[in-house]
Every structure is written in structure tokens, then in C-alpha cells.
Write a protein that binds this ligand. Structure first.
Ligand code: PNS
Length: 166
């Protein structure tokens, strides 16, 4: 298990500019970063997991960050820490926007450490992304609003095309 390999897990439904910001920061800190789309049984999904993987790959490319040491993958069966252990990662990286996120993430971080000895590192995204969440984007997009200020270009184009039924 290496502390130089990290997993950035999330629902990414859809990926937001805040997610891309955290991925870019993680990529600058670790030798290899696995961006992992995980099924969250507590949330009703908008996009299929394969679509989220594709949008993340496109968003990472469009951002221009060094993608050479990034892997985007999906995980729908089993514990997140099983994936991390399989790829030799010793660290999970999560973005924290507020105290609400701290309260949400803390129990998961403790459980993941108990389960497999894997630590969670919290990164602070740029404050300009502090109010952006996938659930807000889902709501605005579902009601026909413009989500382009909150999501990467590939996601904005995909949601706009989908909304117009093209
Ligand atoms: O973006 P999200 O929805 O906040 O991500 C939460 C997610 C998917 C990372 C979390 O629900 C998760 O880790 N699910 C995998 C199942 C698991 O390992 N659960 C036990 C430890 S929390």
C-alpha cells in the first residue's frame, strides 16, 4: 500500500468544476491518482456510470492537467477500500466545501480507516466552487436552466444536448 497512490472517489453525477479542481490538486500531490466513479446507494442517479466516466475523461483532457498519471475507473460492487487496496492506494482524497461536508465525510473516513487502514485526505477547493454541487446541477439542468457556470465544458455540452433531445 503506497501513500503516493491516491483514489479520488465520488458519485460525479455529473462531474462539476469543483470535482475537476480537486482532481487537479490531487494530481499535483500524488504519483498516481485513480478517479473512481462509485455507485452511491443513497442517491438516485441521473447519469449511467459509464457516461460519468466518459465525461470525467473528457473534462480532465479539456482542463489541460497532466493526465499521464491519472486513471478514471468505475466501481459499482463492493467496498471503496477494496478498490483502493487492489490498486495499492493508501489514501482517499475528498474535497471539502464546508462544515456540512466535514460532517458528511468524517464517518466515512473513520470507517474506511477501520476497514483497511486507508487514510482520507481532505482538500479545499477554490472558494469560487464552494457553492457548486452535483445535486444542484441536476436540479437546475432538470428544470432547463443553464449549468455552464458550474460544470466543465464537456458536461455542459452533454447536458445541453440532452435537454434539447438531440
Ligand atoms: O460523491 P458522493 O456521493 O458523496 O460519494 C460517496 C461515495 C460514493 C464515495 C461513498 O458513498 C462510498 O464510498 N461508497 C462506496 C461503498 C463503501 O465503501 N461504503 C463504506 C464506507 S463509507
Amino acid at each position: 500500500m503506497s501513500n503516493r497512490i491516491a483514489v479520488v472517489p465520488g458519485s460525479f453525477d455529473p462531474p462539476t468544476l469543483g470535482h475537476v479542481d480537486v482532481i487537479r490538486r490531487a494530481a499535483s500531490l500524488y504519483d498516481h491518482v485513480h478517479v473512481l466513479v462509485v455507485h452511491n446507494p443513497g442517491k438516485e442517479a441521473m447519469l449511467p456510470i459509464a457516461q460519468r466516466v466518459s465525461l470525467l475523461e473528457q473534462s480532465i483532457l479539456e482542463d489541460g492537467m497532466d493526465a499521464g498519471h491519472l486513471t478514471v475507473a468505475a466501481w459499482s460492487m463492493g467496498l471503496l477500500v477494496d478498490y483502493a487496496t487492489d490498486v495499492g492506494a493508501g489514501v482517499l482524497v475528498k474535497g471539502i466545501r464546508s462544515q456540512v461536508d466535514v460532517a458528511y465525510e468524517t464517518p466515512m473516513a473513520i470507517v474506511n480507516r477501520h476497514l483497511a487502514g486507508i487514510e482520507t485526505v481532505f482538500l479545499l477547493p477554490d472558494p469560487s466552487h464552494a457553492l457548486v454541487s452535483s445535486s444542484l446541477v441536476r436540479q437546475v439542468a432538470g428544470l432547463g436552466g443553464d449549468v455552464s457556470p458550474y460544470v466543465p465544458g464537456p458536461v455542459a455540452r452533454f447536458l445541453d444536448t440532452g435537454a434539447r433531445g438531440i
